[in-house]
Design a protein around this ligand. Structure first.
Ligand code: SF4
Length: 160
């Protein structure tokens, strides 16, 4: 399955806990005024990449990396192809973090089944849109204090 990919980092220490590979997917409808990745709001930004090629790139960073982070853009706008990729990543026993402009509740109570299914494969969801005026006291790994770093199990929020 193809993904519209805005970028890829082989090794990062700032997009979640531990050394991680980071996949930036293209497309976000939210248009936050202070978006840090404005170019990636465009759904056609970057390249169409087969998810098996993304998986090979992730594998090439093993065993150094602890996990993979989905960022963007908004990964939930490409939930369907990311579900398949996430299943393969979990088989490698890597954890998955995901950044989104949606809140957990918007996804979990919404009517998009692909978005809801993607939640099931995530270990951590950093949710909510980035807000420049709320940068102070942002949780570690989040950009602003309205965002939460939620630990998930089978798509549900675990006790923090
Ligand atoms: S949700 Fe994130 S990617 Fe989307 S416009 Fe807002 S800051 Fe940018």
């Amino acid at each position: 399955m193809k993904l519209q990919v805005a970028g890829f980092l082989d090794n990062s220490l700032v997009n979640g806990e531990g050394l991680r590979s980071v996949l930036f997917v293209s497309g976000c409808n939210r248009r936050c005024p202070e978006c840090q990745n404005e170019a990636m709001q465009d759904f056609s930004y970057g390249d169409k990449v087969d998810s098996s090629d993304v998986l090979d790139r992730i594998k090439s960073n093993m065993p150094l990396i602890k996990g993979v982070t989905f960022s963007g853009g908004d990964p939930f706008e490409q939930a369907k192809p990311l579900i398949d990729l996430a299943k393969e990543i979990k088989k490698l026993e890597l954890n998955i973090w995901c950044y989104t402009g949606y809140t957990y509740e918007e996804i979990a109570t919404g009517n998009d089944e692909y978005k809801k299914e993607l939640l099931k494969y995530l270990d951590v969801l950093v949710d909510g849109p980035f807000k420049m005026e709320l940068m102070e006291n942002a949780p570690k790994y989040a950009g602003s204090s309205n965002q939460r770093v939620l630990r998930l199990k089978d798509g549900k929020i675990k006790n923090q």
